[in-house]
Ligand binder design. Sequence first.
Ligand code: SF4
Ligand code: SF4
Length: 337
Amino acid sequence: MSTIQLTMVTTKRMDADSHTRALRVKALATEIGFDAVGITGCELGEAFHRYADQMAAGYGADMAWLHEDEERRGLRSDVRRLHPQARSVVVVAANYGSDTPGYLEQPPTSEQGWIARYAQGKDYHVHVRKMLVRLARAFQADPALGYPSHAHRVFVDTGPVLEKALAQSAGLGWIGKNTLLLHRTLGSYVFLGVVLTPLELAVDPPGLDRCGNCRRCLDVCPTDAFVAPYVLDARRCIATWTIESDEPTAVIDPEALGQHVFGCDLCQEVCPWNTKAPATTHAALAPRPENLRPELESLMGLDQDAFKRRFPKSAVRRTDGQRMDAVARLITERNRS
Ligand code: SF4
Ligand code: SF4
């Protein structure tokens, strides 16, 4: 960070009004139901370059990145390029952790599939976005804050915004060796949301890495998807195989797939920071019983309408009936052979 940037950050931190506003913003986020909140500035700096290097090395599953020109890619480096009015970034987290047994604790039978925890409840895009919109409206309604709600822009896993890097910068936690954001008490089962705001707010110190000598996530990965600590080759990740790939049967290694029909939680399940994390208090994000170890057979042969009925308002709809059918059949045939 340059001397000039440092001076600006320090000035921001020492400004009494920006402190008062930051406290108010955090109180509103908590009232609305977010489990954690932090504030950072607009520019990502080194974190953006790390991301860009990994994408350039071909490790990314970020398909959008591959098709973007330099200008659009650069939007991720500084949120003001996306929203020129922005002066601060408010990063929030919603806990979706659950005390239902995980894949390793209670492995699915050979007839059952596993849906990643983040997709077991209601679609987080819908739930967290609603909360973010309420937060932006609360900023408008508060006399101490006072910008119209449209002056704020909200993102939840949408748009060219690096939520994890912003969250670390905002002090919510650190990006672990499994490449996920880890919060000290909530662990990694959190959805992140971002508000780009014209409010001048005091920023928080960045989160410190607490992985230490641990490497459980690296060792448990059945596909050896981690090229190194903190570096995931998403092309080898079960989540990419089962959710993103156009031809799952061409890319999936059936022996490494386990019973995963949609995503994989293994590098989170083994993380010690998730062991004592509390279960979600968001009813919408709690697992739906039908998404816990569903019978593989029930996931096969669903046409698009049947698939939508089976997964209403669900992040599972990131895939479609055809892909899920292909993955479920692959597992079934492997188990029979
Ligand atoms: S989600 Fe599963 S496959 Fe992907 S990196 Fe983690 S353990 Fe490996
Ligand atoms: S399992 Fe260990 S190394 Fe991996 S993210 Fe968690 S604490 Fe870090």
